[in-house]
Ligand binder design. Structure first.
Ligand code: NAP
Length: 283
């Protein structure tokens, strides 16, 4: 599988398996194992998904050497601030039952994320984390963050799909050498994405589905994608995207789908920010 080299030299497979909204631990373990069996080597979880323990179990069961796997988790807002983040990192290592984590992200740009970053920097320096990054940072937050911290984030994980393309975030990330990861690469199924006429028609040229075109579009612009599925056929189809590329004409058609805003989350809404602060998942 194609990899990208992060700004600290670490290699990351460009397709990762997302595992949000799979809280049932037995199901999560089974689908992560399926993903590993069909060829994924990069798993994207988060402390707040409450399934790190199942990801760890699937990794052990797979028998795949640790050095061949790339595991990402995220620290939640509840664990922000230096001391809480230090404990949060240990908690994730224990839940995943791993000696090190490949990538740890600050899940949201709210609360004391600078204090939390200092804890990530420390764990990065002593090898418990191999790369550190952020998530959901809009262009201005991303620029401010990069101007503030000592160690630049390796990654900014943001919502990015044909209906919310994020050109501003990609441009700022490029300026600072930060790789962009796309969460919700299928817009969580919104906008009729799986049978959208524009994506379907483009796919027909290559014998691919609309879903595969949506993934290829992000991959061709250098973005890391994290498709999620609990269905084996889809898990396989979502990785079967390495044998074609989109043309400039395809890109021009997809550019017209951009709405320029999210219909999944709204980081500009005070009520949403308050909600992020209120969500807790451990004592
Ligand atoms: P997504 O990957 O855009 O969409 C998942 C939905 O698409 C599911 O309903 C899935 O259904 C369906 N699906 C997947 N492949 C399909 C295919 N080939 N054909 C038809 N339907 C298909 O949404 P997401 O899970 O929100 O995002 C992906 C990952 O990004 C997450 O799992 C998580 O790791 C990460 N994420 C991060 C954040 C953040 O704040 N950093 C936020 C959201 C997500 P089935 O499962 O039934 O197949």
């Amino acid at each position: 599988m194609t990899s990208i080299t992060l700004n600290n030299g670490v290699e990351i497979p460009q397709i990762g398996f997302g595992i949000f909204q799979v809280p049932d631990l037995a199901q999560c373990e089974a689908v992560v194992l399926t993903a590993l069996e069909v060829g994924y080597r990069h798993i994207d979880t988060a402390a707040a998904y409450m399934n790190e323990v199942a990801v760890g179990r699937a990794i052990k069961k797979s028998g795949i050497p640790r050095e061949d796997l790339f595991v990402t988790t995220k620290l939640w807002v509840q664990d922000f601030g230096y001391e809480k983040a230090k404990a949060g990192i240990q908690r994730s290592l224990a839940e995943l039952d791993l000696d090190y984590i490949n990538l740890v992200l600050l899940h949201q740009p709210v609360g004391d994320y600078i204090g939390a970053w200092h804890a990530l920097e420390e764990a990065y320096k002593d090898g418990r984390i191999r790369a550190i990054g952020i998530s959901n940072f809009y262009a201005e937050r991303l620029a401010d963050f990069c101007e503030t911290v000592d160690i630049l984030p390796a990654v900014n994980q943001i919502e990015a799909h044909p209906f919310f393309q994020r050109d501003r975030e990609l441009a700022i990330a490029k300026e600072y050498g930060v790789a962009t990861e796309a969460w919700g690469p299928f817009a969580e199924g919104k906008f009729n994405i799986f049978s959208h006429p524009v994506l379907t028609e483009i796919g027909q040229q290559y014998g691919k589905t609309a879903a595969q075109v949506a993934l290829r579009w992000n991959l061709d612009r250098g973005v890391i994608v994290l498709p999620k599925s609990v269905n084996k056929d889809r898990i396989e189809a979502n990785i079967d995207v390495e044998d074609f590329h989109l043309s400039e004409a395809d890109f021009a058609k997809i550019a017209e789908l951009d709405m320029g805003h999210s219909e999944i989350v709204n980081h500009y809404d005070p009520a949403y920010i308050k909600m992020l602060h209120k969500v807790t998942f451990h004592d």
